[in-house]
Design a protein around this ligand. Structure first.
Ligand code: ZN
Length: 325
């Protein structure tokens, strides 16, 4: 069955399969959870199963073939990179008035992009759903949707993937991943349960950025005070980059805390375990906790307009002071 292809969402898949088998399909669902865990793919597969002649998503019946060729009028996907406006919803309303087949399924991706007018207009449709129409709303920010919309939808919560699931998927999707177990581990840790994030991390600049920041942090522990001040002056001052850098530092010091306290929690930077062990000897427990708390305060401060250069200077000196002679 098509839905069995989804990895790591057993509860969701079982309940969707049950409703298909018992022919108990609701008229509105909200697929929600962090980004990159299979919500949109599941919505598309579920829609295909509803329309499929065998309800398996067989891939061979006329409905399945039409979906594969993106030409099934009974499956409509609303997808936009800007906002979803009232006109889009009015268009849906018009089309729901004309009965096409037994079911017409509307998938609204990134449903939180609906303007308030669009959301209110959709609410009216959901309150009196035209027969045969099924709405699958997909979002990673359900709190940005109207509570009245949420209450009209069956909630389908997606969870973060477990690390072995993430590793398996990563190796299935990216051919080179099979040969680089160490990078796989790091990416899986950093992706925190999201295959979408893992794929982005694999090719993207974040992993390189982490390496750069970590190398600086290692230097901080060795370099003299004057040099450490220099780091903050040389540091890139782009606010978003510095926020990312501080999040990397936070994970780094959490790793040091894990090693200092002999916790069995997994490290975020397992490829630097040796270096982390050496540092965990150099920092006192108090200074590690103090740095973690400080980072937790400085990230929101940066978001709220504090000067990146000032924050970095203060932080790096604190880090340097924390190193025991
Ligand atoms: Zn089929």
């Amino acid at each position: 069955m098509l839905l069995d292809k989804i990895v790591g969402q057993d509860v969701v898949i079982t309940s969707l399969k049950n409703s298909l088998r018992e022919n108990r399909i609701h008229h509105a669902y909200l697929f929600h959870g962090v980004r990159g865990v299979g919500k949109a793919t599941t919505a598309k597969y579920f829609a295909q199963c509803i329309l499929c002649d065998t309800q398996d998503g067989c891939g061979m019946c006329k409905n399945c073939i039409a979906i594969a060729n993106e030409g099934n009028p009974n499956l409509q996907i609303v997808e936009t990179t800007s906002s979803i406006g009232i006109n889009e919803i009015r268009e849906i309303k018009k089309k729901t008035a004309i009965k096409q087949g037994e079911h017409t399924i509307w998938i609204i991706l990134e449903a939180e992009r609906m303007t308030i007018q669009a959301a209110n207009s959709l609410l009216k449709i959901l309150e009196e759903p035209p027969e045969g129409n099924i709405f699958l709303l997909v979002t990673d920010s359900p709190n940005r949707l109207l509570p009245t919309i949420l209450s009209r939808c069956v909630s389908v919560p997606f969870k973060r993937l477990h690390e072995p699931e993430l590793l398996g998927l990563l190796k299935a999707i990216i051919p080179q991943a099979k040969d680089d177990n160490e990078k796989c581990m790091v990416v899986a840790r950093m992706a925190n349960g999201s295959i979408g994030d893992a794929i982005e991390l694999w090719d993207g600049p974040i992993l390189q950025r982490r390496n750069l920041v970590v190398e600086k942090l290692l230097e901080v522990s060795r370099a003299p005070f004057a040099r450490v001040l220099g780091f903050s002056i040389e540091w890139e001052e782009d606010r978003e980059t510095v926020i990312t850098d501080l999040a990397i530092m936070l994970k780094w010091f959490r790793d040091i805390l894990i090693l200092k306290t002999d916790s069995d929690l997994p490290l975020s930077n397992p490829d630097y375990e040796n270096e982390l062990r050496i540092l965990s000897e150099k920092y006192s427990l108090e200074s590690v906790i103090e740095l973690i708390e400080l980072l937790g305060e400085l990230i929101p401060a940066l978001r709220a307009n504090a000067r990146p250069r000032f924050i970095l200077g203060y932080l790096l000196l604190k880090m340097k002071k924390g190193v025991m002679p």
